[in-house]
Design a protein around this ligand. Sequence first.
Ligand code: ATP
Length: 299
Amino acid sequence: MTNVEPDLDTVPETVGAPGAPHEIHVELGDRTNHRAPSAEPDGVIELRDLEVFYDKFRAVSGVNLVFGSKEITALIGPSGCGKSTVLRCLNRMNDLVPGAHVMGDVRFHGVDMYDASVDVIEVRRRIGMVFQKPNPFPKSIYDNVAYGPRVTGMKPKNMDDVVEQALHGAALWDEVKDKLKQSAYGLSGGQQQRLCIARTIATSPEVILMDEPCSALDPIATAKIEDLMVDLAKTYTIIIVTHNMQQAARVSYRTAFFTAAADEHGQRTGRLVEFDSTSKIFGNPSDKRTEAYITGRFG
Ligand SMILES: Nc1ncnc2c1ncn2[C@@H]1O[C@H](COP(=O)(O)OP(=O)(O)OP(=O)(O)O)[C@@H](O)[C@H]1O
């Protein structure tokens, strides 16, 4: 996936000076709840000088980002710029990737998430993840949702209530309430993805990370997940990686744009180019590389 993207550092002058007036055709926010982001994100998660390696390969470098709670933040950029790598740092998923190591600071409520005293299971309970391809377990719908509370040792008074609430939260209850004991594999792709969201919220996380959650879905199922995201953001902090710029523009409050630049040895390392409110990024970006990307000239 790397080394096939054009180098955004070499965008031609015709793109225009940073901040210059220009025409950008990405529609903003027909699905958002139009909650204006506060001036500065509160920093529920903060990245300082984040650098991620896969063995000796430096995949991303110099990432400083501050996420706001109960907001949707989109990470966008061309293939291979390190969006998923950064996302996986936010709940220590990269621990599971052979050769991956993380430098710099990743703080959750100000606490160093990579400190030796931190309980990784608890990190992943509080910061859940939904993947690109719906990945329900080969279990019943009920057992998929109850799985997280069971394995993380939650002892709810009534598991049925937990399952029902999570399925309501994922806007799936009405479609499955009469077949909770049936296999999750009998659901459509979009339903399976909402089941995965229910499975994530059943453990009462604060943050939900989503890595291209709609890329395997048709437009109707995508629209349902986008509506759901906006609804979930009233309760949860959501950080989403998406290739779909319309989607980023529709659902997110803030957007971080990454790109990958080659060094003198030709090694392409992902970097954060610009982070701002979504309306600024899509309406009047400060960096010509952002503008080139969102107007479809590159990437
Ligand atoms: N498990 C891995 N082992 C080695 N290199 C990896 C691994 N995962 C990602 N990389 C490399 O790290 C860089 C960033 O990849 P990453 O998947 O984070 O980018 P991305 O922006 O999410 O890409 P895409 O949009 O194509 O999913 C790429 O050069 C990729 O090849």
